[in-house]
Design a protein around this ligand. Structure first.
Ligand code: IMP
Ligand code: MG
Length: 183
């Protein structure tokens, strides 16, 4: 759906579909350059990373593999709890693999720092991170991110896979959710 379809629920438009797609092409070129001759295993973090995974995978001009994990660090609210649970694990063996975690957003960084350590412990050759969005002012732990799309303000955003209570994931762009929706 378009911004205009949920206009009253949005406080501010941050990124259009066109801006996101242009950035994903850029990220794809950088990823290709860094992995020449080596097959990449993209690990998408469900459910928020579905859109970035689908677009990034198609932007890459090399053969890749995709696998998925589901973890939970949020309840229905808008604050990270810091407690990470695996809801769905990978099907792939990571031994010797070059793994690229594909994430929608880095907020506190708690989810990704936990996830990277978890995947590294499975014997991957490298575990790197590609995140479309990052909120620098919300970081609670340092996360070494190899590929980052956009740094955004410390506000709750929705769209392009990101939800509030499972809504707005199918919004084409990214927007700040109006506080009246969750207050
Ligand atoms: P972190 O552990 O605080 O970095 O949280 C990461 C996860 O929380 C992301 O993968 C998102 O699923 C979710 N999240 C963080 N910030 C937002 C937001 O502004 N809107 C929607 N989901 C968010
Ligand atoms: Mg996520």
């Amino acid at each position: 759906m378009e911004f205009s379809d949920v206009e009253n629920d949005l406080a501010e438009i941050l990124l259009t579909e066109e801006e996101i797609h242009a950035k994903i092409e850029e990220l794809a070129r950088a990823i290709e350059a860094d992995h020449q001759g080596e097959k990449i295993l993209l690990v998408g973090v469900l459910r928020g990373a579905v859109m970035v995974m689908a677009d990034l995978a198609r932007a890459l001009k090399v053969d890749i593999e995709m696998d998925w994990m589901a973890v939970s660090s949020y309840g229905a609210g808008t604050q990270s709890s810091g407690v990470v649970r695996i809801l769905k694990d990978l099907d792939s063996d990571l031994t010797g693999r070059r793994v690229l975690i594909v994430e929608d957003i880095i907020d506190s960084g708690l989810t990704l720092s936990w996830l990277r350590a978890n995947l590294e412990s499975r014997g991957a050759k490298t575990v790197e991170i590609c995140a479309l969005l990052r909120k620098p002012d919300a970081l609670k732990v340092e996360v070494d991110v190899t590929y980052i799309g956009f740094d955004i303000p410390n506000k709750f955003v929705v769209g392009y896979g990101l939800d509030y209570a499972e809504q707005y994931r199918n919004l084409r762009g990214v927007a700040v959710l109006a506080p009246h929706v969750y207050e």
